[in-house]
Design a protein around this ligand. Structure first.
Ligand code: NAG
Ligand code: NAG
Ligand code: NAG
Ligand code: NAG
Ligand code: NAG
Ligand code: NAG
Length: 411
């Protein structure tokens, strides 16, 4: 039944393979190094039409001198009181925005270094830990996912090197592809300087407690990794009915890359997914991590849970009824809760009611997905929160995160 589809793919791929290196790859040793090292790791970047613009962006950062740029000097250096560390901040490379024009029902925002630094100045943020947790734009397409993960890691690493005292980054994994992810994350941490790994709540519809990810987490445990989890679109399986994937192979043209893609992005209700679904996604995946005992068994992992847990706190009693002492121990000692979004008015109270110590709260802005006009109201709810005293609010912005990243980031 699939023969015609397989044939179309093969013809498309073969014509790409003979074509060799993509056009427009910058003639720069950095681009050649990236292509060469990827190939040595079994990742052929050549077939994809996002490779050339990605390499152009990486090469541009590698040669960027912030001091000589027209970014105002007072943005490059943090103000003396800019002691906040932002653990939930996203980098959106231009080439990535092209292949992911929207996410969670919201358009992908334009990201520039200057606007990032302006945001940091506005919020007294000294350091942002950047992440792009979702490389599998082309669902079911393993080679594309692995290629995007590699290019994102190289891209964010190159950017971080421009201002290493202002930025760190979380590695992008290639999940759901476990072997490739183990290799990619290890490389990003050991050779590119990532300080942890960013995952999404589900990877092609599988939540993080799924047994298929057990070997991945065992590898993260060996690395004593910090795992930042980000909500994603929920996916609905469509019983293996084929969908036509977006084409991403060079040359771009009539031949579409067709792939057996049994998922459909769905929205359970009519509201923007980034608002309605994301909070349930966080709850679902941490419930899954608890019920599969991943949280309890892997005692060297630290988790950053976004949006002070999303809707997780309100379901713990009902849905997590076995092994509760060990689960609560994990929540109390190895889970850290970021403030991203407007979460401090009422939601924080639900979390703290589980005797979570305020010393495990971290600051997150969700910039630039939370745009400038919403960042201030979000921070106002922190400033006026009845759940924390001033010292606890201050610690949430800087001391707590230093405990978590001790030995990984020089603050
Ligand atoms: C995926 O990449 C491998 C290694 O480069 C290659 O052998 C294989 O044909 C590719 N598969 C597809 C479906 O593109
Ligand atoms: C840092 O100083 C600036 C300018 O005086 C002020 O607007 C800002 O609120 C201060 N930030 C913190 C975290 O105290
Ligand atoms: C920074 O603050 C100024 C003044 O409130 C505001 O106009 C601007 O949009 C903010 N920029 C960012 C990137 O947050
Ligand atoms: C992943 O690696 C393991 C062990 O290294 C191996 O047994 C397994 O076959 C690999 N899986 C795939 C899909 O390549
Ligand atoms: C890649 O190819 C697709 C389909 O042919 C096209 O829509 C897309 O714009 C191309 N992307 C780039 C970055 O050229
Ligand atoms: C956790 O440990 C239990 C008991 O040793 C074991 O049965 C279970 O498979 C483990 N699960 C994971 C995800 O490590």
């Amino acid at each position: 039944m699939w023969t015609p589809i397989v044939l179309v793919s093969l013809i498309a791929l073969t014509s790409n393979l003979v074509q060799g290196q993509p056009a427009d790859v910058p003639l720069d040793p950095i681009a050649s190094r990236i292509l060469r090292e990827a190939l040595a790791d079994g990742i052929d970047l050549a077939p994809f039409n996002f490779t050339a613009p990605a390499l152009q962006e990486i090469v541009a950062w590698a040669h960027f001198d912030a001091e000589k740029s027209d970014i105002p000097a007072d943005l490059l250096r943090p103000a003396r009181n800019a002691t906040t560390v932002d653990v939930h901040a996203h980098h959106v490379p231009n080439w990535f925005r092209t292949i992911e024009p929207s996410d969670g029902g919201m358009p992908s925002p334009v990201w520039t270094l200057e606007s990032q630094l302006q945001h940091m100045a506005n919020q007294s943020i000294g350091r942002s830990i950047l992440s792009i947790p979702k490389p599998n734009i082309f669902l079911g397409d393993k080679n594309a996912t692995v290629a995007i993960a590699r290019l994102l890691n190289e891209n964010t690493a190159a950017l971080v090197k421009v201002l290493p005292n202002r930025f760190s980054f979380f590695a992008t994994s290639a999940l759901p592809y476990v072997n490739e992810s183990l290799a990619e994350v290890k490389r990003a941490v050991e050779t590119l300087g990532a300080v942890g790994v960013a995952l999404t709540s589900n990877h092609e519809g599988e939540y993080l407690g799924n047994p298929q990810f057990a070997r991945f987490f065992a590898g993260m445990e060996e690395m004593k990794a910090i795992v930042f989890v980000h909500p994603a679109n929920p996916l609905m399986e469509t019983a293996g009915r084929p969908c036509v994937g977006k084409s991403n192979r060079v040359p771009s043209g009539e031949s579409q890359f067709i792939i057996l893609q049994p998922w459909h992005r769905f929205n359970a209700c009519r509201h923007t997914k980034g608002i309605a679904e994301f909070f349930f996604e966080t709850a679902r995946t941490f419930m899954d991590l608890a019920l599969s005992r991943t949280l309890q068994n892997l005692t060297h992992l630290n988790w950053i849970i976004p949006h002070v847990g999303g809707s997780l706190p309100s379901i713990i009693d009902r849905s997590i009824r076995e092994d509760t002492a060990a689960i609560m121990e994990a929540f109390h000692t190895r889970c850290w809760w970021d403030s991203a979004g407007i979460t401090y008015a009422h939601q924080l109270g639900g979390l703290l009611a589980y005797n979570i110590s305020p010393s495990f709260l971290l600051y997150g802005s969700d910039w630039p997905w939370i745009p400038a006009p919403l960042v201030d109201p979000a921070f106002d709810t922190i400033a006026t929160s009845p759940f924390l005293d001033d010292a606890q609010k201050q610690a949430m912005r800087s001391e707590n995160v230093k405990r978590l990243f001790e030995g990984k980031i020089e603050f």
